[in-house]
Design a protein around this ligand. Structure first.
Ligand code: GDP
Ligand code: MG
Length: 440
């Protein structure tokens, strides 16, 4: 997707505002990305429509291309739909707080029960009791008992012959008597949604009065995610969603589908079979993943925030005239510093990891911009406007003033000269390379 999309982005050139055409072209790729990420089709349709309405007519920033700006709008809209903040499990109720896990068989309910038990007990200092209500599969209750042993979280003793409702009542009772803060009820699933499963879940809900009802769903669920979420939400009223197997190939489209049909937050994601493979849900990371564009989005975002359009215009005029003094260099350095320094900028560009290492080896670390700005600040006004004045004695004074040395000053002067030459060469011409784009 990245390649296709950057192709489209390159094809779009700057005009004053986003045209319908710009938006359509970018949205075609976005739609494809959503479908590839397994977002349910009706959700894809309503989502792209709402982005289209928002995007057409938005004025473009000079520093970025229209297509990139559409991507930013898409990204922001995705984040908003996914829920802007990570929502934790709500334990704000009288103890024992009951958490009920629901979902299809094999979605990861039992595993996630153990993961949540471990997390609440270890990180949040809660005394947790876990109980398996899965009477259908003989080994299910034993599976949870073993997980409990492994993570050192208590499980309800197994008594043969009880119904799920009876077990849930016994679990809540045991938790009350034992002074537990939290009870997690791991229910049985089916391979597909059926009326019996929903009725059982509703019965358990009535008996145990859960504060949280977490729908556990495989992130590879794809187009079925909508039906799944709707059915469980109608039957028991889901309070949150846990997406499992986010370590796999699934791109998280199910998160968007389920969130948009139920309005319920995705609270946690499972990222492996191990008991500590549970993470908070970060909408912006999932939005990136759904779009499949990695950090390019955040580069666009930061550029949009930091690059002041007016300054960019002034810079372009300067470049056209071939003038680029130390004040201009200081401006550029400050901009780059705002974008996260060298490390930040390089880290956002695909394939730059190695180059970053090489630069670090050459002493070009993240503090470089700060030191260079200090050098420029130690110059007089005249020196900044005319760096050719900088001879030995002046350099000595500047080195003392900025806490650097002559070698560093020479490096900066060389860099300035190279940039000034390059700008002269590019000045006035249409188009231009990466450097000019980055410089605004
Ligand atoms: P249940 O039938 O809903 O209780 O599902 P289980 O908890 O028994 O999980 C079924 C399988 O999925 C097990 O082999 C788990 O180890 C595996 N599993 C659960 N969550 C994850 C996850 O986040 N990532 C991966 N890779 N495997 C998982
Ligand atoms: Mg299970």
């Amino acid at each position: 997707l990245s390649d296709r999309l950057s192709g489209i982005l390159d094809g779009l050139t700057g005009r004053g505002a986003l045209s319908d055409q710009d938006v359509q072209a970018a949205l075609r790729e976005v739609r494809r990305a959503l479908i590839e990420a397994d977002v349910a089709l009706p959700v894809v349709r309503s989502f792209t429509e709402s982005v289209r309405e928002k995007a057409v007519g938005v004025s473009t920033l000079k520093a970025i291309k229209p297509g990139q700006q559409v991507v930013k709008i898409v990204h922001d809209e995705l984040v908003e739909m996914l829920g802007s903040d990570a929502e934790p499990i709500d334990l704000n109720a009288a103890a024992p707080v009951v958490i009920m896990m629901v979902g299809l068989q094999g979605s990861g309910k039992t595993t996630t029960t153990g993961k949540i038990g471990l997390r609440l007990q270890k990180r949040q200092n809660q005394k947790v009791l876990m109980a398996s209500l899965d009477t259908r599969r003989p080994a299910a209750q034993e599976q949870l008992r073993q997980i409990g042993e492994q993570v050192d979280v208590a499980t309800l003793p197994i008594i043969a012959g009880q119904t799920p409702v009876e077990i849930s009542a016994r679990a809540v009772q045991a938790a009350r008597l034992g002074g537990y803060d939290v009870v997690i009820l791991d229910t049985a699933g089916r391979t597909s949604i059926d009326a019996e499963l929903m009725a059982e879940a509703a019965d358990i809900k009535r008996a145990a009065n859960p504060h949280e009802i977490l729908l556990v769903a495989d992130s590879l669920t794809g187009q079925d995610a909508v039906t799944l979420a709707e059915n469980f939400d109608e039957a028991v009223g889901v309070t949150g969603i846990v997406l499992t197997r986010m370590d796999g190939d699934g791109r998280g489209g199910a998160a968007l589908s389920m969130r948009s049909v139920t309005g319920k937050p995705v609270k946690l994601i499972g990222t492996g079979e191990k008991m500590d493979a549970l993470e908070d849900f970060h909408p912006s990371r999932i939005a990136d993943r759904i779009l499949g564009m990695g950090d390019i989005v955040s580069l666009v975002e930061r550029a949009a925030e930091q690059i002041d359009a007016e300054k960019a215009a002034a810079m372009a005029r300067k470049m056209a005239s071939g003038k680029f003094d130390m004040n201009d260099l200081a401006d550029q350095l400050r901009q780059m510093q705002k974008m996260g320094g060298l490390g930040g900028i390089m880290g956002m560009m695909p394939g730059m990891g190695k180059m970053k290492d090489q630069m670090a080896a050459a002493g070009l670390d993240d503090k470089l911009f700060g030191r260079q700005i200090a050098i420029i600040q130690s110059m007089t006004k005249k020196e900044r406007e005319n760096p050719a004045l900088l001879k030995h004695s002046r350099k000595k004074r500047i080195a003392a003033g900025s806490g650097t040395d002559a070698a560093q000053i020479n490096k900066l002067l060389k860099m300035h000269k190279q940039m000034a030459d390059m700008m002269k060469a590019m000045g006035g011409k249409k188009g231009g390379g990466k450097m000019r784009q980055m410089m605004g």
